[in-house]
Ligand binder design. Structure first.
Ligand code: NAD
Length: 370
């Protein structure tokens, strides 16, 4: 017999709910992992190959990410089986029906993820009143449009530079992936006097040691073009951004782009992980041993989740940006100080911080007495 408690450990999961509605061909899973810190926030993913195990791992990721970000929310995640490109009317029926089935699960708040967007969140909000990542018209803060995660990266850079021997002004920045995260990080850092020396997208790498015009690049991307359509600079292959000499290297594209086999190519002093799991653990270990500071993803790219938590409270964009600044500066400082003090990887320090916050919150719950 299948062991239905096979994921159980000292943190969770609190609940796993399987939903089936044959009338609309709905099959979905919700995992509420740990809600000691507060009601869980986590995305709704639609994909043909999701599983309960994937849902649990993503929910656990949210428990730790939200705790590390310092927001009063636990971790959860939900998945729906289906092709995300299905006809819109069918998608709406599925999402609305899934939301209705989970109406009473008050400690889970829906957010967007792969296969869902702000329109899906509007349907969920309409059904049950609990969703983040909403359209602006109904109280949402469109985080990719305003650059919440890039704004966070700016403040992580400021905090991390207290542990380096150079300033933001004049620092050479290279960005892998000039999308929602990368372009806004470039914009905010350039405003502080940093010099963007390289940017890449799936079309290739653009390199100019003298500096690139960030606004011109953002204009190109808005017009649906590649950074390589820029008038000046050298055009190289997409992978070449790894070799660019710089002070700050920001991965903002895909997972596992830096591994044990290519980490030696990096020529930088500071890495700020905008993408999720862009480096393997071995690559992070190598950088740590060679004096390159590497701020891990779930500290560095938490601007988005902080923005979502603020949106849920009805905050304005400027209040959300103030919270991102305050939390990410404090978290980065705490993680890097602990990493130095205990001679551990920044990722290990961040993980320890997150688990401690969750454990402490658990100890404050009434059932901790029994
Ligand atoms: P996006 O789709 O807007 O941008 C991704 C960019 O990467 C695009 O410009 C694309 O051309 C480029 N790219 C793809 N493959 C590449 C390659 N091999 N080499 C160089 N560039 C490549 O996505 P995004 O929202 O900016 O997200 C980027 C990463 O950040 C993802 O890992 C995502 O999970 C993570 N993330 C995003 C947010 C957010 O707020 N959007 C928050 C936290 C983490």
């Amino acid at each position: 017999m299948e062991d239905i408690f096979r994921f159980a450990d000292e943190l969770g999961p609190a609940r796993i709910i399987h939903v089936h509605n044959p009338v609309v061909n709905l099959k979905g899973v919700l995992v509420v992992d740990n809600v000691a810190v507060g009601p869980s926030i986590g995305g709704l993913r639609i994909a043909p190959d999701v599983s309960t195990e994937e849902c649990f791992r993503l929910a656990r990721g949210m428990t730790l990410k939200n705790a590390a970000a310092g927001i009063a929310h636990g971790g959860g995640k939900s998945v729906l089986y289906g092709d995300p490109r299905m006809p819109l009317a069918q998608k709406e029926r599925l999402v609305r029906s899934f939301a209705c089935a989970l109406r009473d699960i008050q400690d889970y708040i829906f957010g967007p993820d792969m296969g869902t967007d702000e329109t899906c969140m509007a349907w969920v909000k309409d059904e049950i009143g609990r969703a983040v990542g909403l359209p602006r018209e109904i109280g949402g803060i469109p985080l990719d449009e305003v650059g919440a995660t890039g704004w966070g990266i700016r403040h992580v850079a400021h905090a991390a530079l207290r542990h380096r021997d150079f300033q933001i002004a004049g620092a050479r920045v290279a960005i892998q992936g000039f999308g929602a995260v990368g372009k806004h990080a470039a914009r905010f850092l350039a405003r502080d006097g940093a010099v963007l020396v390289a940017a890449s997208d799936s079309g290739g790498t653009l390199h100019d040691p003298q500096g690139l015009d960030v606004e011109a690049l953002i204009g190109l991307k808005a017009a649906g073009k590649s950074v390589c359509d820029y008038a000046g600079g050298r055009k190289l292959g997409a992978d070449a951004v790894i070799d660019v000499e710089c002070d700050i290297w920001i991965p903002a594209a895909r997972p596992d782009v830096i591994r044990e086999d290519n980490v030696r190519r990096l020529r930088t002093k500071l890495v700020i992980q905008g993408a999720n799991i862009p480096f393997t653990l071995g690559a992070e270990q190598y950088l740590h041993e060679n004096g390159v500071l590497c701020v891990p993803d779930f500290i560095a790219n938490a601007g988005g989740v902080i923005c979502a938590a603020m949106e849920y409270r009805g905050a304005t964009q400027s209040a959300a940006f103030a919270a991102i600044k305050e939390k990410l500066r404090a978290n980065t400082e705490q993680v890097l100080a602990r990493s130095r003090r205990e001679a551990i990887l920044p990722r290990a320090a961040a993980m320890a911080l997150a688990v401690e916050r969750v454990r402490h919150a658990m100890s404050l719950r009434r059932w901790a007495l029994y």
